[in-house]
Design a protein around this ligand. Structure first.
Ligand SMILES: Cc1cc2nc3c(=O)[nH]c(=O)nc-3n(C[C@H](O)[C@H](O)[C@H](O)COP(=O)(O)OP(=O)(O)OC[C@H]3O[C@@H](n4cnc5c(N)ncnc54)[C@H](O)[C@@H]3O)c2cc1C
Length: 363
């Protein structure tokens, strides 16, 4: 019998975690990853920004210590023990998580609390982010590839960049061909496939219902010296302002704005307005705005309401017995985040491996 090959499509956290667990469950098998971009990480990666002349993350991420799978991705890093909140209107600081619950919820769900699906709220409050142990958190340091992504390469036998999946063909309940822009790959009888695509691309390829999304905006400012935030914090949550979170990593000050669909400013106007807020918070006068990069993600996460939560699959199996789903969006009742992406990869790897064992016994 030929060696089993697992074909994983999409090198985000879901695809990489799938590879990690497949290597554990089935060390003799061959694991091949195909990715449309030129690098791994999907939404969780860093790049060199020429305008800023610095490495930055394409999206600034925060991770809570209670997220068990996400914790394995980010490894042994220093965690912040508290979050400092600043209310721009009252100009007051506070460390009380409960009195800033709405702002925290907006960041977790990328949607105001009252619109969030009941299933997602339940899962989050009871299982995923139990608040009593949620306040230890880490934020990405613009070195995501070196620190968190590159270690995953060891789990792969082959990796093919610039491979864009266009179609999957099947026969008699099995996927038989993966059609990429560069090549068509015919699947052997005991080959398994895991799609770890984001939902926007998955819906386009498989012509499934496209959900609604919530947008996130990140702005990176390159300052001439590392800036200090009040109380010498490197992170601040902001209330009653355009900016929701401010993070400082050396000379890069990064801002995250959640649920950003209603912001109608141009990129330059937004960068200027947010910079004014930063100066107000730091109580300094700023004659000019430092070089900045505004990154907008209209498809950042699914819109986490009931309607869109119900579009998500109930499990990771498909009409094809050798084709499985991973990706943050495939975890119904979970907010789309690193933890959901990693959990989906673990689930898909386990299910694909079990099915492979079952099918090989029958052959
Ligand atoms: C701005 C922003 C801020 C965020 N902040 C946080 C945060 O603070 N904390 C947190 O936990 N989460 C956060 N998230 C969410 C988190 O990034 C995602 O949940 C997670 O990265 C999703 O991983 P994934 O592997 O499911 O999907 P993706 O990372 O989207 O990976 C999908 C991969 O598939 C590839 N692909 C797409 N189409 C094709 C194709 N046709 N053929 C081959 N490959 C293809 C893509 O190039 C990509 O590499 C944030 C997201 C954004 C955008």
């Amino acid at each position: 019998m030929t060696k089993t090959t697992y074909h994983i499509i999409g090198a985000g956290i879901a695809g990489l975690t799938t590879a990690k667990y497949l290597k554990k469950y089935h060390p003799d098998a061959k694991i091949i990853l195909y990715e449309a971009a030129q690098n791994c990480g999907g939404k969780f990666k860093s790049y060199f920004d020429k305008k800023l002349d610095a490495k930055v993350d394409i999206a600034t991420h925060a991770v809570l210590k209670c997220n068990s799978e996400a914790l394995k991705i980010i490894g042994n890093v220093p965690f912040q023990k508290s979050v400092l909140f600043y209310d721009v209107l009252s100009q007051k600081f506070s460390c009380n998580l409960f009195s800033h619950f709405k702002l925290l919820a907006l960041s977790l769900f990328n949607l105001p609390f009252h619109l969030v699906a009941s299933g997602i709220l339940k899962k989050t409050l009871y299982q995923m982010f139990p608040f009593y142990k949620s306040h230890y958190f880490y934020f990405s340091e613009n070195l995501t590839n070196e620190k968190h992504i590159n270690p995953y390469i060891q789990f792969l036998d082959e990796i093919h960049f610039n491979y864009v999946l266009k179609d999957v063909q099947g026969k008699d309940g099995r996927a038989t061909k993966l059609c990429f822009n560069k090549k068509i790959i015919s699947l052997e009888p005991n080959d398994m496939v895991i799609s770890a695509l984001d939902i926007h691309n998955f819906a386009k390829i498989f012509k499934t219902k496209e959900p609604q999304y919530s947008k996130i905006i990140n702005i990176h400012y390159r300052t001439s010296t590392p800036l200090t935030l009040p109380q010498s914090k490197s992170c601040l949550a902001v209330k009653n302002a355009l900016a929701h979170w401010i993070f400082v990593n050396n000379n890069i000050l990064s801002v995250t704005i959640s649920h950003a669909e209603n912001i109608n400013l141009s990129k330059d106007e937004l960068a200027r307005e947010v910079w004014k807020e930063i100066c107000l918070i730091r109580k300094v006068k700023a004659p000019f705005v430092p070089p900045y990069r505004v990154l907008q993600y209209p498809y950042a996460t699914l819109r986490h309401d009931d309607k869109n939560n119900l579009i998500r699959p109930k499990n990771c199996t498909t009409q094809f017995q050798n084709f499985f789903l991973a990706g943050d969006w495939t975890m119904r009742d979970w907010p789309c985040c690193l933890e959901a992406a990693a959990q989906s990869g673990k689930r898909a790897a386990k299910t694909a491996y079990r099915m492979q064992k079952k099918l090989s016994k029958m052959q």
